[in-house]
Design a protein around this ligand. Sequence first.
Ligand code: KIV
Ligand code: ZN
Length: 513
Amino acid sequence: MRKIDVFDTTLRDGEQSAGINLNTAEKLEIAKQLERFNADVIEAGFPASSQGDFEAVKKIAQTVKGSIITGLARSVKSDIDTSWEALKYGEQPHIHIFLATSPIHMTHKLKKTPDQVVEIAVESVKHAKKKFPLVQWSAEDAFRSDPEFLIRVVKEVIKAGATTINLPDTVGYATPSEYGAMFRHLKENVPGIDRVKLSAHCHNDLGMAVANTIAAIENGADQVEGTINGLGERAGNAALEELAVALHIRKDKFTFGTDVKLDEIKRTSQLVSQLTGMAIQANKAVVGKNAFAHESGIHQDGMLKERTTYEIITPELIGENSTQLVLGKHSGRHAFKNRAIELGFELSDEKINEAFKNFKVLADKKKEISEDDLYVLLTDQQIQEEDVPVYELKSVQVQYGNGSIPTASVSVISPDGDLLQEASTGSGSVEAICNTLERLVKGTVHLLDYRVTSIGKGRDALGEAVVNMTYNGKSVTGRDVAQDVLEASAKAYLNAINRQLVNESKKSYAKTV
Ligand code: KIV
Ligand code: ZN
């Protein structure tokens, strides 16, 4: 069985999805889970793009040792040098440099001739090689590049010292046979190509990213790039959980596979969805809520007689635990802590105590606390960031009747420590809360999107609200969870504001040091 390396770019290409903004603590949490999922390489961000990304990549390189940590860089010396400062802490420092090679990109975006592009590519790889033992070079928009030019530039960057060559279908335009053919063509025509790792990176604009990636492997790719839940620019990247499960389930056909820990898929997918605020479509392959639901009578009948009639993947394969062990209001701190350790959380005593307090409050309202609830409570503690003064919700009250105007009264503690109170109306309860909060917080807010979903199953499931807004001209997403969706909505609104306050305080701190 040929082993295919998995390169996860959830924290870079995935984070480029519209509406996603993760802070350092959240990125670290996802990176630790990707390590458990057994990604061979984790692309932790784009260090030269912002102070926040730099810090997050550095923190991940310092902490996560079971996967290779990489960061994206343009083909410029300053990007490569900045990336080194963040990535040098990794066990095997790895950089990912890219440069566009298609006529469209070279002419209109780079405004460079093909000769200039070859020269820049070679110079940047040589510069990176002075520091990094592992240098991945990507020909952006490789699929729409002239095949002969691609052969030339790839040959030169291999000579310059690149250790991995990535051939992306940047705009998701390829079909499986065409994408596979590009790999075969390079394999047959580039001297020295067998000395490097060949990598596939597919976007999903035409819904073919996973199929294209498999075609690349069949034609010589050694590494696959993708994201959890298929996040990424526009329609996203190849979904790694789909890819890993497809190779496993069809091992009768494929002669290659990954080392992904399949039973970590569910947890990885949920964590990414929870922290990015990107809901998973119910019928999404492998991780959607309906992926294992059998609705029609004929299917249910078949399932009862013999599961394999309609089920090719079991929920257990991806770590979905059908007999979820639960805790209740009488569970003590000791049982709670043991459960947290069993679930893989490493929390300080202080954080366990805080999570336990929240658990008790929830257990008073809800009879049984499910594993999904525990993940939310414990992850929330794990991602608590540094102490920047922010808004805190004190109380929210809504008056609603179908014949009257919804009115919300809200009180918050401001970043200066003052108790602020306001009341306002709206055409619905949520709008009344948002209107009231808009009066309470300093600055200009424009609400762009709002969504509520349930976490887990059952009538007493927790409600999660996600709010996307611009605050002081910057787009930001907030999320929070509560048993009541109106409280979750108010908290998610403040979470978005608070994230922006933390970002602003980091920027002003960076200017002073
Ligand atoms: O899609 C793409 O081409 C990329 C590169 C930066 C590798 O994400
Ligand atoms: Zn991409």
